[in-house]
Design a protein around this ligand. Structure first.
Ligand code: BZD
Length: 792
């Protein structure tokens, strides 16, 4: 390893050890690790070709990867070797790990799920490709200026990306606009504009290096050659125009996890990567098949939400226009290949494209969508329409073009059946299935939490990393004082590390003995960070009034970004920062309560915070969070959850036991009913003196003395349009928090409850989720050889 690192330092970085920076060492180490991936990778590809096994294609606009050095080294079993090699070279492994930028090619849960799935597909030995976009700029960087969120461009590619292989020879022409000619029953699309999609491949190696798949990300390049004529004329802008236009397509990730951006560029991005991926997989298929009708036996294409839903029409277009398959047959064949995952019920997040826009950018696809609509109406008269008024509804398109549609938790899947797709579900009663989300145990326990991971391995061996249900054996230890002490000591060690980091990065001193209460996720009204900060103020009031009463000291930690155009979410951020400033400067409560909000929450920050959490906040309005996956990461790392009956919380509670979960709040059913009660929020506020006081303080400007009316709008909404029922759930949330305080005061009991969480979270491994997709949707098998290696 030492030689390999030095070789790359010299030959790949062109640096001499004496004059190398941490960056050079990090790239050299990454390249040395990449070298070790290649054999596994080739072996897997060869095996797939030879066996003719069906391949899975996971199409996703987002892959929220994070850092890769540690995870890669761990999966290859090379952590110790790398550490030793670097130590002998006089380098610090930890510093090198910290030097890596956090690859943030995603917004939140949806993108991180795709990254966990890539790890599980490889760990299970399922032949698969992840397809997405190689954004030049990932999710924006967040700073706070006077407490407000300010966004700046993220620049992960300004450094060398050591993990990828550029494939300039893999290119597809992607057309936009133009017109369609129909001639002797055949359609000919003449695009007005074309760009080239070029591939960049990142190998993804599973646990123990058992299998290797590929994450193929597309970058847009201009098709036309550089315009030398204009350049020589001195018209430099015109010379670079086509290049700039093309590159815009893979320039930035849309920082929006709420509403459809409604921009032409977003539609072009979606078509760009979907078309390139479909063309690529067809080329691979045709290299060893000559009958396109065999396609469903060879490929399973999964659509991560509707963002790649144009895959249906694109596949039909290629079959009809280029392979002479009749339309109805092509639609049927495409359907057999496609699966669609729904991640949200929020009406504002369901994608719809204006027909005018779609017809202008993708004229042939609009014709095909009309043909799909006709086919559906002919077979199922009265079926919900894809084209409604002047819009194309991508959810309906994806549903109709997929042979399976899945929700991401049991509750969410039920609601998908009862609400957004109720009518389609009646027509196709077997199409909707549930695949509850999961998380990869490699990153989310083994790598991010060394103290706990080592303790678990000491106790039950290392098998749990590849087979998380083995954690069940820890249930026997919940009465063993020695083990519980060790379990608490691991948590304590993580909390001390986090306290050091917060002291350094936020200049706030926190006590590792206090309860660490953490809410990290995108800022959204339905996730109710607002309710959390209101409860924080209420608690502070009571502590301040009676500082000598029996309190459980707490640190409230927040993390998360707001979509740049989401005004209310940005106000909530501002409020949390304003409240933090006031509370953290109160001398009376200084040993009782602190509020911390480190800026720029990302995967790396999650890996620091989650292992150090005592309490996990999963407090969304019931019926709104499709699943949540942060909830799983916390519980696996031995935090207790305070949560509503929403998303996967329901199943987590069933697995860890209701006695080890702090439940509060209205159910999804009650939420719907309550909204019909006239004046429900005013009534809730009036019935709660505690909440009335808090809202009064905010309204008077206690937390924004320089601008007392800053939150009038935000608070006013709670009185009149409290759509997310913050006011209705407030008292139940506050009371449950006080129960949490009481339980925390008995450390032995708390540790036993926390251990039961860790021990019973094995089911939430994304390995289990992927096995579900493989069985219910893809009809593919995990390699038997790999399975034995993993569980053995
Ligand atoms: O997907 C999330 C859901 O809100 C979570 O409940 C769920 O756990 C995860 C994974 O299934 N959805 C998103 O993260 N959605 C987006 O990020 C997104 C991005 C672009 C456009 C629309 C939504």
């Amino acid at each position: 390893m030492k030689e390999e690192i030095l070789k790359h330092l010299r030959n790949s970085q062109g640096k001499d050890a004496a004059h190398s920076s941490v960056y050079d060492w990090r790239v050299a180490l990454s390249l040395a690790l990449r070298d070790r991936m290649v054999d596994h990778w080739f072996r897997s590809t060869r095996e797939t070709y030879e066996s003719g096994a069906k391949r899975v294609y996971y199409l996703s606009m987002e892959f929220l990867i994070g850092r890769l050095v540690e995870d890669t080294a761990a999966n290859l079993g090379l952590v110790q070797e790398a550490k030793t090699a670097l130590a002998e070279l006089g380098q610090d492994y930890e510093a090198i790990v910290l030097n890596e930028p956090d690859a943030a090619l995603g917004n939140g849960g949806l993108g991180r799920l795709a990254a966990c799935f890539m790890d599980s597909l490889a760990s299970l030995g399922i032949p698969a490709y992840g397809y997405g976009i190689r954004y030049e700029h990932g999710l924006f960087k967040q700073d706070f200026v006077d407490g407000s969120q300010v966004e700046t461009a993220e620049t992960w590619l300004s450094q060398r990306n050591a993990w990828e292989f550029a494939r300039p020879e893999v290119q597809f022409r992607i057309g936009f606009g133009g017109h369609v000619e129909h001639h002797e029953g055949k359609a000919h699309w003449h695009p007005w504009e074309t760009v080239l999609a070029t591939a960049y491949d990142t190998p993804v190696i599973g646990w123990k290096g058992s299998w290797g798949n590929t994450l193929r990300l597309w970058s847009a390049k201009p098709e036309a050659k550089f315009d030398l004529k204009s350049f020589n004329r001195g018209d430099y802008l015109a010379a670079g125009r086509s290049e700039a236009l093309a590159r815009t397509i893979s320039r930035v990730l849309y920082p929006d996890d709420t509403t459809d951006a409604g921009k032409e560029l977003r539609l072009k991005q979606e078509y760009f990567f979907t078309a390139a991926s479909i063309m690529d997989l067809l080329r691979r298929f045709l290299s060893d098949h000559d009958n396109i009708r065999e396609l469903p036996n060879a490929v399973a294409i999964q659509l991560n939400d509707t963002h790649p839903a144009i895959a249906g029409p694109e596949l039909v277009r290629l079959m009809v226009d280029e392979h002479d398959v009749p339309m109805a047959e092509a639609i049927g064949l495409a359907r057999q290949c496609l699966g669609y995952t729904n991640h949200t019920l929020l009406p504002e997040a369901l994608e719809r494209w204006h027909i005018g826009l779609l017809g202008r950018v993708l004229p042939r696809h609009l014709e095909i969508i009309r043909a799909i609509e006709d086919d559906q109406q002919a077979k199922h008269p009265g079926s919900p329409r894809i084209l409604e008024q002047d819009h194309v509804r991508m959810g309906e398109l994806a549903f109709i073009m997929a042979h399976k549609v899945n929700g991401v938790s049991a509750l969410h899947t039920d609601l998908v059946k009862e609400t957004v797709f109720a009518d389609l579900n009646r027509i196709h009663p077997k199409r909707i299935v549930n695949e509850t989300n999961g998380i990869t145990p490699r990153r989310w326990l083994h790598t991010c939490n060394a103290p706990l991971s080592e303790l678990v391995t000491q106790e039950i061996g290392e098998g749990w990393v590849g087979d998380l249900e083995q954690l069940k054996a820890l249930n026997q230890k919940s009465g063993d004082r020695t083990f519980l002490d060790a379990f608490s000591a691991a948590k304590r060690q993580n909390k001390e590390q986090l306290a050091d980091w917060i002291a350094q990065s936020c200049d706030i001193q926190i006590d590792p003995a206090a309860m660490f209460d953490i809410q990290i996720k995108r800022i959204h009204e339905y996730k109710r960070q607002l309710m959390n900060i209101l409860e924080t103020i209420a608690l502070w009031n009571e502590m301040h009034d009676a500082p000598n009463a029996e309190w459980t000291p707490r640190v409230k930690i927040f993390g998360g970004k707001a979509a740049p155009g989401y005004h209310v979410a940005k106000q909530i951020i501002h409020l949390i920062n304003d409240v933090a400033r006031v509370i953290n400067n109160d001398r009376v409560t200084k040993d009782l309560l602190k509020v911390v909000y480190p800026p720029n929450y990302n995967v790396t920050m999650a890996e620091r915070l989650i292992p150090a959490a005592d309490l996990s906040e999963q407090i969304s309005t019931a019926g709104k969070e499709a699943s949540g996956t942060g909830n799983m990461k916390f519980a696996l790392n031995g935090a207790l959850t305070i949560g509503t009956l929403d998303g996967a919380n329901v199943e987590i509670r069933e697995h860890v036991g209701s006695e080890n979960f702090f439940l509060f709040g209205l159910t999804a059913q009650e939420v719907v009913e309550r909204r019909h009660v006239h004046g429900f929020s005013r009534a809730a506020i009036e019935a709660s003196p505690r909440l009335t006081r808090v809202l009064g303080q905010i309204f008077e400007g206690v937390f924004s003395p320089s601008d007392p009316s800053r939150y009038h709008g935000l608070i006013g909404t709670l009185y009149d349009h409290d759509y997310f029922l913050v006011t209705c759930d407030f008292d139940s949330y506050f009371d449950t928090q006080r129960r949490v305080d009481e339980v925390y005061r008995n450390p032995q009991n708390w540790a036993a409850m926390a251990l039961r969480n860790t021990a019973n979270m094995g089911w939430f491994s994304s390995d289990r989720t992927i096995k579900g997709y493989a069985r219910d949707i893809w009809q593919v098998n995990a390699s038997e050889k790999v399975r034995l290696e993993l569980t053995g």
